[in-house]
Design a protein around this ligand. Structure first.
Ligand code: DC
Length: 221
């Protein structure tokens, strides 16, 4: 029951590079990919668009449970609008982190996440993939990097996109998010039992991808 289709769970803090690593590992193995953070971001964007009461946990959970979302390859469509870029805005990420602390919202997104587990396998990235959603994953990785390295990466990403950014603001946003994600009462960001810890502060994305693939190959034996 535990390993019908293999799951590789990759958890870590914001801007740690886990999205890039998880996505590429899934490509290389021909596995499906779940970006669980995108689901929290979609719930946040949906709440903003609908002017939902951000203090009403029940209403937010209802929104999350009935997200009119459609994944078209790499594109994410919410109620007929392509929101692939819109959900990446800092404002949406910050709100996602806030509503992700609400138990009813997490519960509402639980089943949706399990549904991504399909043959031949899944690579799932987030905060609680190895601890809560896929506790029986055959490989668990906790991917991290120093706050400074992550702020620098986020800064470069924004500048490349032509979005102006301030490194000090990014650093303090990252710290606030880390604090909230790590210290919340439910499904906090912690390495799962048995997780391999991968600090990518001084690694390229390719090196991190090769390391995860190598752990995956070893875990098959
Ligand atoms: O990975 P990300 O930055 O796209 O995630 C946005 C927010 O969603 C993050 O700050 C916390 C929340 N999140 C979560 O609580 N659990 C997950 N599995 C994924 C994301």
């Amino acid at each position: 029951m535990t390993n019908i289709f293999p799951v590789i769970a990759i958890d870590g803090p914001t801007a740690s590079g886990k999205g890039t690593v998880a996505h590429k590992v899934a490509d290389r193995l021909g596995f499906h990919y779940l970006d669980s953070g995108a689901l929290y971001r979609l719930a946040a964007l949906s709440a903003l668009r609908r002017g939902a009461d951000l203090n009403d946990e029940h209403a937010l959970a209802k929104l999350a449970e009935h997200l009119p979302v459609h994944f078209a390859g790499p594109e994410i469509v919410l109620a007929n609008e392509n929101v692939t870029q819109a959900i990446r805005a800092e404002e949406v990420g910050n709100l996602a982190s806030k509503i992700a602390a609400l138990p009813a919202v997490r519960q509402a997104l639980f089943g949706l996440q399990l549904g991504f587990r399909k043959p031949p396998g899944l690579v799932a990235d987030g905060r609680d993939m190895g601890t809560v959603i896929f506790p029986h994953a055959k490989l668990k990785v906790f991917l991290t990097a120093s706050t400074e390295a992550r702020a620098q990466r986020r800064y470069k990403q924004l500048i490349v996109k032509g979005i102006s950014a301030n490194i000090e603001d990014l650093l303090s946003d990252l710290k606030a998010r880390d604090d909230r994600d790590t210290h919340r009462a439910i499904a906090p960001l912690v390495p799962a039992e048995g997780a391999h810890i991968l600090d990518t502060s001084n690694m390229t994305a390719d090196q991190a991808i090769e390391q995860v693939l190598s752990w995956h190959a070893q875990s098959k034996q």
